[in-house]
Design a protein around this ligand. Structure first.
Ligand code: HEM
Length: 522
């Protein structure tokens, strides 16, 4: 757009230098005709959508309503594909699983927006990186997750690490003696530890000051992010008084979180340097440091396999760690919290889940991955919760790197593409009677089944890297709590509403629960 504007500007100056008035009038008319023709063609080919106002698009009409609700309403009027102008960003929303499968599997679907806040991450890591850096990172992470035991099989080392967390959590629940506790804080440390164990064999202990610092930075970061979010669409907004102060605080916040991971890298490097015999890699950090050394030795020969193309390796590892933490912590924690809420809202589902557990796992024993195939209803409850509450209602925005032709419409390269996951979750053609909470929809015969229309982890080339990790930890945490404890709302308190808080995920409003041991497991 800006380059178009500049070319027109210079053309007008050039025309002004022409000597004859007639030639000048002719040139101006041609130029105007050309501009109108180009714009009419551009807008006519775009998917339909509401009119916005110049520079701001539809931003003033959002009226503080959450965008995922606004988009679902728009899709009722404009259909499965529509376009909206969000400030300077042309945005196309897709609410059809068929189109999602087709377009998100394409190589040209994998761009990410280059917006001011995304740019703060410097194109590093995995969530906002692109091209070779992103592709090789994903491949590396997939491979190493598998090697470290992130798979839905029994008896992996990683399963044992999750058990350390579950056992400590159950002791804490026992210690609460039926009094009201905040489950989000109580479970949060353990869900966090699952990720930090995998990344760098580290776990936060109870009342750890570093954990408090970490959480404060994250929640402050989220709030600050919300205060400058409009700047993602209208760059001039960030020039308003006070906004730069917020951006600087976001940068400091990010740098504190990065420093935490950087310190671990430095410490591990020292540890490894003191070893006489190299150790088998224990975690993702070991795998990364092995890779750095391997690349140093064979850089020239193996350039195509280099996973740090054009970036400083330590900075890249730090950002991957930040990414895994930010993508994996809140999503899994919110899902677990919503699952407890759904059990309270649907006691008959909770009864069915407990009786399935009772049939398969003897009282007092831990539920393990070895029981998974015999517990289809438990897995179905977890997926139905994700569908019902839409943990990540709008996924993560993609950018198409080439023009797309969707039916009769053209989506120009560089458009922000938003998957309407919450709309697809409530599509009656995919999920009959979508407003009912019905785990049975994920069971065929007596087996748990996930179809390729299940979009909670995204789909295609950028589909969630942590989906097996999430399914594994959710299964183990949820089934063990259900098998050993009953839980209820504190006296006089209502079950939290389905309208939660929308930040990075759709999280429930703060709530408390009272846990008591089930008699059968005492
Ligand atoms: C219930 C839990 C989770 C849900 C619902 C979820 C959902 C998603 C979604 C919708 C995306 C966007 C996909 C796209 O861009 O099209 C995503 C991306 C991602 N997720 Fe997850 N996620 C979960 C857990 C995790 C965990 C535990 C991790 C790792 C520790 C993780 C790591 C990532 C990463 C790194 C990406 C970016 C992938 C890329 O850009 O290539 N997620 N996730």
């Amino acid at each position: 757009m800006l380059s178009n504007f500049l070319s027109y500007f210079f053309l007008v100056i050039a025309i002004n230098y022409l000597s004859s008035d007639i030639v000048r009038i002719f040139m101006y008319s041609t130029l105007m005709f050309w501009i109108i023709f180009k714009n009419v063609k551009y807008y006519k080919n775009l998917p339909p959508g509401p009119w916005g106002i110049p520079l701001l698009g539809i931003l003033p009409f959002l009226n503080r309503r959450p965008p995922h609700v606004v988009y679902v309403n728009m899709s009722k009027q404009y259909g499965d594909v529509f376009s909206v102008q969000m400030g300077s960003n042309l945005t196309v929303c897709i609410g059809s699983t068929i189109l999602m499968k087709e377009f998100f599997s394409r190589n040209d679907s994998t761009g990410r927006p280059h917006t001011p806040l995304n740019n703060l991450l410097g194109g590093l890591g995995v969530i906002t990186s692109e091209g070779d850096l992103w592709k090789r990172q994903r491949q590396f992470l997939h491979e190493k997750f598998r090697a470290l035991g992130v798979k839905l099989w029994p008896n992996t080392r990683f399963e044992k690490e999750i058990f350390v967390e579950i056992e400590e959590l159950m002791a804490e629940l026992d210690g609460s003696k039926g009094k009201a506790v905040n489950p989000t804080s109580l479970f949060g440390r353990h869900i966090h530890n699952v990720i930090t164990q995998l990344m760098m064999s580290f776990r936060f202990t109870a009342n750890d000051e570093a954990f408090t610092m970490f959480n404060e930075r994250v929640s402050r970061g989220m709030r600050l992010f919300g205060l400058v979010l409009i700047g993602e669409h209208v760059k001039a907004y960030l020039k308003l008084p006070g906004k730069q102060v917020i951006i600087n605080e976001i940068k400091r916040n990010l740098s504190d979180l990065s420093q935490f991971h950087r310190d671990h890298i430095v410490e591990r490097m020292k540890e490894r340097a003191s070893l006489t015999i190299p150790k088998e890699p224990q975690d993702l950090l070991d795998h990364y440091l092995d890779k750095i050394e391997a690349e140093k030795k064979a850089l020239d020969k193996n350039e195509k396999k280099n996973i740090f193309p054009g970036v400083q390796p330590e900075n890249q590892i730090v950002q991957v760690m930040n990414d895994l933490f930010s993508a994996g912590m809140e999503t899994s924690l919110s899902t677990l919290m919503w699952t407890f809420i759904m059990m309270l809202r649907n006691p008959e589902v909770a009864d069915k889940a407990r009786s399935e557990l009772k049939k398969v796992v003897p009282p007092g024993e831990m539920v393990t991955m070895a029981h998974r195939l015999e517990l289809p209803y438990i897995e179905a409850v977890l997926l139905e919760t994700m569908r019902y509450v839409s943990i990540v209602p709008l996924g993560t925005t993609h950018v198409n790197t080439a023009d797309w032709k969707i039916g009769k419409y053209i989506v120009p390269a560089g458009t922000h593409i938003i998957p309407l996951i919450n709309k697809m979750n409530m599509d009656p053609d995919i999920y009959p009677e979508p407003e009912l909470f019905k785990p049975e929809r994920f069971i065929k015969g007596d087996k748990f089944t996930v179809t390729d229309t299940f979009m909670q982890f995204g789909i295609g080339q950028r589909m969630c890297i942590g989906n097996l990790l999430a399914r594994m930890e959710l299964f183990l945490f949820f089934s063990n709590v259900m098998h050993n404890f009953e839980f209820r709302m504190p006296e006089g308190e209502e079950i939290p509403p389905l309208e939660g808080i929308l930040g990075a995920t759709h999280a429930p409003v703060p709530f408390q629960l009272c846990f008591t041991r089930l008699q059968s497991t005492m």
